[in-house]
Write a protein that binds this ligand. Sequence first.
Ligand code: PHE
Length: 341
Amino acid sequence: MLLKIDSLKEEIDIQQVSNAEELESFRLKYLSKKGILNSLMEEFRTIPVEQKREVGQKLNELKVFVNEKFRLLKEGLTTAEDPALAEIDLTRSATPFPTGSRHPLSIVRNDIIKIFSDMGFTIAEGPEIEDDWHVFSSLNFPADHPARDMQDTFFISRNPVDVLLRTHTSSVQTRTMEKTKPPIRIVCPGRVYRNEAISARAHCFFHQIEGLYIDKNVSFADLKQVLLNFARQLFGPETKIRLRPSYFPFTEPSAEMDISCDICGGKGCAFCKETGWVEILGCGMVDPNVLRECGIDPDIYSGYAFGLGIERITNLKYKVKDLRMFSENDVRFLAEFESAR
Ligand code: PHE
């Protein structure tokens, strides 16, 4: 009887059905009242007592096996026959799930940071709500000096301490110099605020990246070379730069940097107002007063700083005509930059 059970198991194991009728004849053959399983049960009653234990166990296993096989065959059949399931083409590629895209200002900010971090600059950040000292006084803006009017400020409170929204990321310079000893080589990306009427060309907030390098023997030539390298990496190897004398309270000498217009290649066009040049940043050698104010000895150390507007650079790269687009969150606008990631 043991042999019989074993060969039956093998026979059942290879059974296949392709429709409901075949499934039914499987059931009739093995599982019905007059089926093989029941007749084996009958036979079991007649075997000698000493075999009962072993055979009974095998028989039970077979019972479980046949029932499980029946369940599997039935399951296979329903899946194949269900028209709803049959209509699903499992080989089709999935519908892409929209994942959004990076904001153009983030793309450009990351590009700029990458260029400077390749040159050894690390990232420093500071608060957007600041006090007068970090934004103005430490940076050599004397009290009541007209230089403060250069940047129209949003004040949160005045007297006894002025609390304000930072008007430039130069405040992060000060914060870093306060707590770090030279050499210092940082870029500070962040949002800044100015009290301006909102239009296509001005907004009450925008984004800057400030750069600062302080060490022994840092010269204007170092600044110029770093900025040339930066401009060529961002705008292409043919890019030329030009430095014009300018004024910032915290740098001396100060300059503004132009790059050759990448639309007309420097010949002159409407974009560069026929000059062939477009302004991209302010820079200069850190004023000794600023170093002193932040606890760094200007007789030992010197340094340069530069600051640029991310919106401005983004406009140059992507020709966005209206600044307000950057903060309106229109996904049609934002999706245009997907390929630029
Ligand atoms: N902070 C200046 C501005 O906001 C830019 C600047 C930074 C200029 C560092 C010189 C040096 O316009």
